[in-house]
Design a protein around this ligand. Structure first.
Ligand code: AMP
Ligand code: MN
Ligand code: MN
Ligand code: MN
Length: 277
């Protein structure tokens, strides 16, 4: 099975890049893309570890971008991780995350959670800080029973400790990933709460700006979601991708090794282009 969307401890996953690869092999994954949020630090150790293993590792990244006022995720697959413009962009996203993390910590302080920035840094092992790291603090301190509740009460848009982010624009994100030789995929298109009209508007922009594929299967997608997205692929002349969005063995519903099959009408993102070998 091919899985083109997974996280490690380089962002908000719970397994190290090496442990993720071992786990994927155990779930009978033959091709895995490591796609940490705004971070490629896991790629080098993952590539080195995968070399001697029965698995093909694709270097990737899941970039946080803005489409107007809407935050979205786009994935770059097969990126050149030495591309200096991409490295600069990821550094800027990292710095923006640090500023946001300090602002979230201030809001949590008002809610009686002390030193949340330092605690998040400790959980993230001084790597990139994500909202799930703050969710973990809220769980550890008995403020919330699980991730879902932590987002619902504190971390989601409009909630007690939400801080708005200004990520790079989708257009610039797509350009940077393309310039780094990546195939650009719109991650989990149905998770942004967009109406169908808005989603179609987004797909028009995504395609025009150089996007290549939609993540038609994300985690445990339903048959009707898959049918909806594969029809949109045809309409907007986009390819199709599939990935678990795995974050760790205990993080359901994003389990690994249980993806459905893409409909035969879809053109798979990894297949060669016409005119190519
Ligand atoms: P960030 O990039 O720091 O804003 O964190 C985004 C990550 O938080 C996503 O990739 C998910 O892993 C996680 N996340 C977002 N919304 C939720 C939610 N409602 N419940 C649980 N996890 C969530
Ligand atoms: Mn995540
Ligand atoms: Mn995502
Ligand atoms: Mn993801």
């Amino acid at each position: 099975m091919i899985d083109l969307h997974a996280h490690s401890t380089a962002s908000d996953g719970s397994l190290s890049p090496e442990a993720l690869i071992e786990y994927a092999i155990g779930r009978e994954i033959s091709v895995l893309a490591l796609t940490d949020h705004d971070c490629i630090d896991g790629i080098a150790p993952a590539m080195a570890f995968a070399k001697s293993k029965p698995i093909t590792l694709i270097p990737g990244v899941e970039l946080s971008v803005m489409w107007g006022n809407t935050p979205l995720h786009i994935i770059g697959l097969g990126i050149d991780t030495t591309n200096s413009a991409l490295i600069r962009l990821l550094k800027a996203q990292f710095e923006a995350r640090t500023i946001r993390a300090k602002a979230i910590a201030e809001k949590l302080h008002e809610q009686g959670v002390l030193d949340a920035y330092e605690k998040a840094n400790a959980i993230a092992q001084n790597g990139l800080i994500t909202r799930p790291h703050f969710a973990q603090i809220l769980i550890n301190e008995g403020k919330c029973k699980d991730m879902k509740q932590a987002f619902k009460k504190y971390l989601k848009r409009g909630r007690l400790a939400y801080v708005r982010m200004e990520w790079v624009s989708m257009e610039e994100g797509i350009r940077s990933l393309n310039d780094a030789g990546g195939k650009v995929i719109l991650a989990h298109p149905l998770r942004y709460g967009l109406t169908n009209t808005k989603l179609r508007c987004l797909l028009g922009d995504f395609k025009a700006q150089g996007g290549m594929a939609l993540e038609v299967i994300s985690g445990l997608s339903t048959d009707s979601e898959i049918a909806h997205l594969s029809a949109l692929c045809r309409e907007f002349d986009l390819r199709a991708s599939q990935g678990s969005d795995f974050h760790g063995p205990t993080m359901t519903p994003h389990v690994m090794g249980r993806l459905k099959s893409l409909p035969p009408t879809c053109r798979f993102v990894l297949d060669a282009h016409e005119g190519e070998n």
